[in-house]
Each structure stands twice: as structure tokens, then as C-alpha cells.
Design a binder for this molecule. Structure first.
Ligand code: PGA
Length: 252
């Protein structure tokens, strides 16, 4: 009943030329795909090309980040209305690389969520613990705090336009995927937190993606878990054939 989402996060990769090649190859590979929503998040400089190249296809485009003000003297920043104007339908917020390298906190995540929702986009909000937190049994409290502080003050209606991505930092770009069991355990915890804050209905409708070394080889096992509603794919989203086999996991 929850429609899966497979989202590719390109991070700081691909020129406009590479973007146009990617879509030329990807579009025919996923043209028949009906079972999930497909999203690609290119870097800002390739957004226009991605929107142009994917026009008329079943692929939606996402920003990777934004600033929460609508406009102003904020050199180097991009706002939610600008992303909407560029043709984005989603924006990723609070990716661990933003938290780790660019000072993002649960408070800035919340401000960005408000900005994204105000512009009619869907927010893909990332949560996840680092290795030392997992090893010291702090995963539950870290995820609960990220959830509660990040989503504080939202109404259930706002929350219905949020997708959560559980992306454990120790599994990102490391080749070390969380097992479906480990991922599902945290996904359940996130759904539980959603229920506490927004009610049973919101929790049941919430789509929770898993992110961290998702590959064509491990997607089926992950998607077989009830609480895993899709994937946020980094490295493997850069190759059209790999990304397409992740999207088409049912026919693998
Ligand atoms: P990865 O990245 O697939 O390259 O591990 C995932 C992510 O950043 O969420």
C-alpha cells in the first residue's frame, strides 16, 4: 500500500553533458516501471539539464540541499522556490555528508523542512547514526533525537509530505550495507517515532527509504522487509544500468 521510491543521489558528480547521456540511457530502461516512484538528485549545475532530459518520463528530479530563506544576500545558497522553479519535485535534507562536513544540525534540518514544504516540494529527510554511536548502543537514542528535533512542530498534514531516509553513516560509500534485519529494525523504530508524534495513520503512510551501499545485488533483500519502502542510492545511481536494475528489483 505504500508506493516505493528509488532515489538516486549523485552527490558532487556529473557535468551537464554526462547528465544528458545518463538520462538518454536510463529512460528506456525504466520506461515500463510502474511499481515505484523514481527520483534523481543531480548537483545544482545539472538540474536544468536533468529536468530537460527527463521531461515526459517517469523520473522526478530532486535538489540535494537548499537554504531556508526564500531569497536574499546569502552568497552561494539556493532556495526552495528556486528549486521548484527549476523543475524539482523533491529535495534531500540533512544528508549525513551535510551534517558531517557542512555543520547541519537537527535545527537547520527543521528550518529546511519548513522551507521545502512551503514551496510544495516533497522533503527526503535523512537520519542515521555514525559507527561509534552504533558500537556504543546509542543508535536508538540518536535516531529518536534526530526524528523528534527534526520534525518538531510539524502537523500530520505537513508530515504527509515527508519521506524519511535511514542512511547509517557507517554504511555510506563503504560497501558495508546494513543487513536487511539491521535496517528493518531502525525503520521500525522510525515508524514508531512517527506514530508517537503524528499518529497511527501518518506512521502507516510514511515511506522510509534505506541508504548506504545499495546495489543491484542487495536491493531485493532490503525491499523484502515490510518497513523498507525504497532506497536512497549514492554510488550505484551514477551508472544508468546499475540504477535501472535497482529500480527494477522486482524483475531481477
Ligand atoms: P552510497 O551512498 O550508496 O554511495 O553508499 C548512500 C547515501 O549517501 O545515502
Amino acid at each position: 500500500m505504500r508506493r516505493p521510491i528509488i532515489a538516486g543521489n549523485w552527490k558532487m558528480y556529473k557535468t551537464t553533458g554526462e547528465t544528458s547521456n545518463f538520462f538518454q540511457q536510463l529512460i528506456p530502461l525504466v520506461a515500463q516501471t510502474m511499481h515505484c516512484d523514481i527520483v534523481i538528485a543531480p548537483p545544482f549545475t545539472a538540474l536544468a539539464e536533468a529536468v530537460r532530459s527527463s521531461a515526459g518520463s517517469n523520473i522526478a528530479i530532486s535538489g540535494q540541499n537548499l537554504y531556508w530563506e526564500k531569497e536574499g544576500a546569502f552568497t552561494g545558497e539556493i532556495s526552495a522556490p528556486m528549486l521548484a522553479d527549476a523543475g524539482c519535485r523533491y529535495c534531500i535534507i540533512g544528508h549525513s555528508e551535510r551534517r558531517q562536513f557542512f555543520g547541519e544540525t537537527n535545527q537547520t534540518v527543521r528550518q529546511k523542512i519548513n522551507a521545502v514544504l512551503g514551496s510544495g516540494l516533497t522533503a527526503i529527510v535523512c537520519l542515521g547514526e555514525v559507527l561509534s554511536e552504533r558500537e556504543s548502543n546509542q543508535t536508538t537514542s540518536v535516531i529518536q533525537t534526530q526524528f523528534q528535533e527534526g520534525f518538531a512542530g510539524l502537523t500530520p498534514q505537513d508530515f504527509s509530505r515527508i519521506v524519511v531516509a535511514y542512511a547509517p553513516v557507517w554504511a555510506i560509500g563503504t560497501g558495508r550495507t546494513a543487513t536487511p534485519e539491521i535496517a528493518a529494525e531502525v525503520h521500525q523504530l522510525i515508524r514508531q517515532s512517527a506514530q508517537e508524534l503524528f499518529g497511527v495513520d501518518s506512521a502507516e503512510h510514511l515511506r522510509i527509504l534505506y541508504g548506504g551501499s545499495v546495489k543491484p545485488e542487495n536491493i531485493r533483500g532490503l525491499m523484502a522487509k515490510d518497513d523498507i519502502d525504497g532506497a536512497l542510492v549514492g554510488g550505484a545511481s551514477l551508472k544508468p544500468d546499475q540504477f535501472a536494475s535497482i529500480v527494477n528489483y522486482l524483475s531481477a
